[in-house]
Design a protein around this ligand. Structure first.
Ligand code: PEP
Ligand code: MN
Length: 337
């Protein structure tokens, strides 16, 4: 349910409504818009009807939200969410680009990648601080030294850091360094991790699970929002289909489908979404044309020696070429880069 407060309501009336909601067993999420104050009610609507609130002073209307997600819903918040990461504004007119290697490998590698993506115009650096995680024998250990390297890269280049957290036990350490905390496709339905990320102060970047529906994907965001962190970015990264030419099929439908019902910024990762470097540019352009708010692109100084994802990583000069093409395309769809 959404409680819409009347224009000119008093603070006292607002407090009374929130108190009453809490008494009825709901959590109240307040949004003070330019014109309106609205309250999102989170709780078991089937058990306790909130219609009683309609009689209270200062309340204009109670609107049921039909979707299972509430705080992520455009019914609850009409304006699109924008998120500031340093001087980068995500979700506005400008398309934000997050670029970098799959994982931090060495000081030389990460600094070379950082300098290359910065020179091409990216303002956010991506890199994972775990060793490769696809096999129990190569381990998925969190490496604090790699995280410290990312901290140095930020200090020396000014790039903002996007890095993934795999497990609740590492969240605090990762969040202490990362400007944006990434939750990967394989953790898209790790509800304890999502909840914990909801207590963070910084933006959370959730990648779509390769077999989650769009609704389940938005529900992942709802977990974070419901804990009070309203800075959530969603990233489409390809889903599993019967198609075998590429490891995943990049579901660009997700962009307009999500944006039609959810106010959060939507990114696309054409690197994981295609698995092949020659497809990254075309799909990045398609994503921008379809209305994405940003891109995550893998770039490695030497893809042929990359520890992970070399086949989908762009060389620095290829990334610069993709950025140049995107800069030409963006104005045609009312965006900048
Ligand atoms: C990544 O971005 O490094 C990654 C592992 O992606 P995904 O979680 O989408 O597979
Ligand atoms: Mn990767």
């Amino acid at each position: 349910m959404i409680i819409v407060m009347a224009v000119g309501h008093t603070e006292e009336q607002l407090r009374a409504v929130v108190d009453r909601m809490q008494l009825l067993g709901y959590r109240a999420h307040l949004i003070r818009g330019v014109e309106r104050t609205v309250i999102g009610a989170v709780g078991h609507e089937d058990k306790t009807p909130l219609a009683v609130l309609e009689q209270m002073q200062g309340v204009e209307a109670i609107i049921p939200v039909m979707k299972p997600f509430k705080l992520a819903s455009s019914e609850w918040k009409k304006q699109r969410t924008t998120i500031e990461v340093g001087d980068v504004r995500i979700g506005g007119e400008a398309i934000a680009v997050i670029a970098g290697p799959g994982v931090v490998e060495s000081e030389e590698q990460i600094f070379a990648a950082a300098r290359a993506v910065k020179a091409a115009g990216a303002k956010l650096l991506r890199a994972c601080v775990y060793s490769y995680y696809m096999s129990p024998y190569t381990a998925a250990e969190f490496d604090p030294e790699k995280l410290a390297l990312l901290g140095r890269v930020r200090d020396e280049t000014g790039l903002r850091i996007v890095t993934e957290v795999f497990s609740t036990k590492d969240l605090e350490a990762i969040a202490a360094c990362a400007d944006v905390v990434q939750i990967g496709a394989r953790n898209c339905q790790n509800f304890s991790l999502l909840r914990l990320a909801g207590r963070l102060r910084q933006p959370v970047f959730i990648k779509r699970g390769m077999s989650t529906t769009i609704r389940e994907f938005i529900m992942a965001a709802e977990y974070v929002l419901s804990e009070g962190n309203l800075q959530v970015i969603l990233c489409e990264r390809g889903i599993r289909t019967f198609e075998s030419e590429t490891p995943f099929s990049l579901d660009l439908n997700a962009i307009p489908v999500i944006k039609g019902q959810c106010h959060l910024p939507v990114f696309v990762d054409p690197s994981h979404g295609t698995g092949r470097r020659n497809l990254v540019g075309p799909m990045a352009r398609a994503a921008v044309a379809a209305g994405c708010d940003g891109l995550m692109i893998e770039v490695h100084p030497h893809p042929e020696t990359a520890l992970v994802d070399g086949a989908q990583s762009l060389r620095p000069e290829q990334f610069a070429g993709v950025m140049k093409e995107l800069r030409r395309l963006a104005p045609a769809v009312g965006r900048t880069l």
